[in-house]
Design a protein around this ligand. Structure first.
Ligand SMILES: Cc1cc2nc3c(=O)[nH]c(=O)nc-3n(C[C@H](O)[C@H](O)[C@H](O)COP(=O)(O)O)c2cc1C
Length: 192
């Protein structure tokens, strides 16, 4: 069997803010992964044109060529396929993941049309930030549960989740504990 040299990690960043807290956490994960020799690529979901799933089921047909919607997901599917791991970074918006992340998740309905069991063995890390002091009150736990249910359903493995309270842009950087946890998660993700 061919031995893989590197782990490929794809970062799916969804906050529109410049000094985004969730992106800062994801970048710490990337630092940890890079220290283990992983190759990292980032995509900014909020800058991409990703429309809602139209439930046409074209992607579910046996000879399907993939999703019928011609937008930026078409360039993302091959990257999703190639990556060993995904890092999903989202702020909590209205007690759940951001709308851009949810659009992306819905469009993963078509992902099985792009490869044989493409979710199988995919490793996932989640990074989230929220304004409330409490992860339950903020809605962070709703989003985490949603990721847990979704990735369990498709057979992917959640390697870890890091999340913390921060309201102002960039504020999360002063939370040493969560930044350390993010770096540690990255190291785990980056190990061969
Ligand atoms: C539209 C919107 C909705 C929000 N909804 C919530 C919420 O339901 N619960 C919460 O705790 N914080 C909420 N927040 C605060 C953000 O989650 C918080 O500022 C977070 O750190 C932003 O992450 P970012 O810097 O990565 O964008 C909301 C912020 C916005 C702009």
């Amino acid at each position: 069997m061919e031995k893989k040299e590197l782990r490929n990690i794809l970062m799916l960043l969804s906050s529109p803010r410049k000094k985004s807290n969730s992106t800062s956490l994801a970048k710490k994960i990337a630092e940890g992964a890079a220290s283990q020799g992983a190759a990292i690529e980032s995509v900014y979901l909020h800058q991409m044109s990703i429309g809602p799933c139209q439930a046409c089921y074209a992607c579910q047909k046996p000879d399907s060529k993939g999703c019928a919607i011609d937008d930026d997901m078409q360039s993302l599917y091959p990257k999703l396929l190639k990556a060993d791991s995904w890092v999903i970074a989202t702020p909590v918006y209205w007690f759940n993941m951001s709308a851009q992340t949810k659009l992306f998740m819905d469009r993963c309905f078509a992902f099985p049309a792009y490869g044989k069991n493409p979710f199988y063995r995919k490793r996932i890390a989640v990074a989230m930030s929220y304004g409330d002091a409490d992860p339950f009150v903020s809605g962070c736990i709703n989003a985490l549960r949603c990721f847990q249910d979704s990735f369990r359903y498709v057979g992917a493995k959640i390697v870890g989740m890091v999340y913390g309270s921060a309201n102002e842009a960039g504020e999360i950087a002063s939370n040493e504990e969560v930044m350390k946890a993010a770096e540690e998660l990255g190291r785990k993700l980056g190990k061969l």
